[in-house]
Design a protein around this ligand. Structure first.
Ligand code: G3P
Ligand code: MG
Length: 377
C-alpha cells in the first residue's frame, strides 16, 4: 500500500489530503514543509492540562510539540476550550501562560462564558445579576463583554442584609460591592457565569427575582402559574457551564455549576411546582462548539494568513465524555478521551464514544499527528 492509498484509507478530510499530497510531492523534490497545518486541536483544561492548581507534566510537552517542536517544524494551531472560567480571558491567559510555560493568547481561549460576548447588544444597558466567581470577578467578566449594569448577590446583601440572614459580609466582600437602590432595579437576566460561592444566598436571591411581579427582588411574588411563561417578559436565566461533575486535585470528582442548576430548579419546583426555562451554554452544547470553531478559524488565520476555504482536521482532547466528547462528536470533530480526569476507564465504557482513547494529552497529540501526517514519532 503506497502512502497515497494509506492516506485515502484513513478517510482524512479532502483538505488534509490536499495539503499532505502537496507536501509529499514537494518533499520528494525538496524537503519543503506544508504551509498550512493539516490538523488543529481544541484542548479541554481541567482533567487534561491541569488538575486543580497542578499542571500535568505531559501538558507542557504536548504544547511544546504544537508550538513547533515536531517533525513538521511548524506551529500546529490550537485553542483551549473549557467549561471553567470566573475571570476575564486576559487574566486567565496570564495565569495559563505562566502555568503551561507557553504564551496562551486570549484569541486562543474559550471559557464557559466567553460566548456571552454575543449578548452585548441585548444586555449592554440592562441590569443583569451575575452569579459565580470570587468576590467581584464575575462582574469584571461581564463588564469586559460590555455589560454596563452588572450586579452581584453580594451587592444585594450589602443593600439589605435581611435578604439572606445567614451570610454576614466580610470587609473584603463589602469592599467588592457596588451601592445601588435595588428597590428600583428590574433585572432583565440572571447569568450564572461561574460556580457560585454561596449557593444558598444565590438560590434565594434568584428565586426572589424570578418569582417577582416586576423583576425587582423585594417585590411581591406573582402567581406561580405565571412563573417563566411570559417569553416576551421573562427574566432570562442563563447558565454557562452544564457540568455536574469535574476533576480537580481532590481524589474524587467535585460538583460543578450543573449541580447548582439542579439545586436552584429543585428549590423552585418545591416552592412553585415549576422549573424555570433557562438558556444553557458550555460544552457539549452546539452554540459553544460553533463559537469555538470560529475562534479556531480566526486563530488559524492569525498563524497561517488569509482564510482557509475549510478547516483542517480538528481534534478535541477532553476528559469528560458528557461534555468534551459528546460535543466534539456533535460538531463532527475528532474526539480523544484521556484518562487523567473525570472519565475512569475502570468504570466501563464511556457514555459517549470518542474517536480514540489516550492515557494523557501528550499521547493524544502524538496519536493525532501520526494519524494525519503518518510521520513516525
Ligand atoms: O468548572 C470547570 C469544570 O466544570 C470543567 O472544566 O476545563 O474540564 O471543561 P473543563
Ligand atoms: Mg475537563
Amino acid at each position: 500500500m503506497n502512502r497515497w492509498s494509506a492516506i485515502r484509507a484513513r478517510n482524512l478530510s479532502y483538505e488534509s489530503r490536499r495539503i499532505f499530497t502537496r507536501s509529499f510531492i514537494a518533499s520528494a523534490a525538496t524537503p519543503k514543509l506544508p504551509q498550512r497545518s493539516p490538523l488543529a486541536f481544541a484542548f479541554d483544561i481541567d482533567g487534561v492540562l491541569l488538575q486543580g492548581p497542578n499542571v500535568l507534566p505531559e501538558a507542557r510537552r504536548a504544547l511544546e510539540f504544537l508550538e513547533g517542536k515536531n517533525p513538521l517544524n511548524m506551529k500546529i494551531p490550537y485553542i483551549l476550550m473549557t467549561n471553567g472560567g470566573g475571570v476575564t480571558e486576559a487574566e486567565r491567559c496570564t495565569k495559563l501562560s505562566r502555568q503551561l510555560e507557553v504564551d496562551i493568547l486570549p484569541s486562543q481561549l474559550v471559557q464557559a462564558h466567553t460566548i456571552l460576548r454575543k449578548l452585548k447588544h441585548k444586555y449592554a444597558d440592562k441590569p443583569v445579576l451575575i452569579l459565580g466567581g470570587k468576590l467581584n470577578k464575575g462582574r469584571e467578566v461581564a463588564e469586559s463583554y460590555g455589560f454596563k449594569k452588572a450586579y452581584t448577590t453580594l451587592d444585594l446583601l450589602a443593600w439589605d442584609e435581611s435578604i439572606w440572614p445567614f451570610h454576614e459580609l466580610t470587609d473584603t466582600e463589602k469592599a467588592a460591592t457596588k451601592t445601588e437602590d435595588f428597590s428600583k432595579v428590574p433585572f432583565e437576566a440572571i447569568i450564572v457565569i461561574h460556580d457560585p460561592r454561596d449557593w444558598a444566598l444565590d438560590v434565594q436571591v434568584s428565586v426572589d427575582i424570578l418569582r417577582s411581579r416586576n423583576k425587582i427582588c423585594r417585590e411581591p411574588y406573582k402567581p406561580d402559574s405565571e412563573l417563566g411563561n411570559d417569553p416576551e417578559n421573562n427574566v432570562e436565566l442563563i447558565f454557562c457551564n452544564p457540568d455536574l461533575l469535574w476533576k480537580s486535585d481532590y481524589p474524587n470528582v467535585r460538583f460543578g455549576q450543573g449541580a447548582f442548576k439542579e439545586a436552584l430548579q429543585t428549590v423552585l419546583k418545591a416552592t412553585t411546582g415549576r422549573e424555570y426555562p433557562s438558556t444553557q451554554y458550555g460544552k457539549p452544547h452546539t452554540p459553544t462548539y460553533k463559537f469555538a470553531a470560529d475562534v479556531l478559524r480566526a486563530r488559524i488565520e492569525e498563524l497561517e494568513g488569509p482564510p482557509h476555504n475549510s478547516l483542517p482536521s480538528i481534534f478535541m482532547v477532553g476528559d469528560n465524555p458528557a461534555s468534551d466528547i459528546a460535543g466534539a462528536n456533535g460538531a463532527s470533530w475528532k474526539s480523544i478521551l484521556v484518562h487523567t480526569g473525570v472519565y475512569d476507564p475502570t468504570q466501563g465504557p464511556p457514555a459517549h464514544r470518542p474517536t480514540v482513547e489516550a492515557k494523557d494529552v501528550e499521547a493524544a497529540v502524538h496519536w493525532a499527528f501520526k494519524e494525519v501526517t503518518q510521520y513516525p514519532l
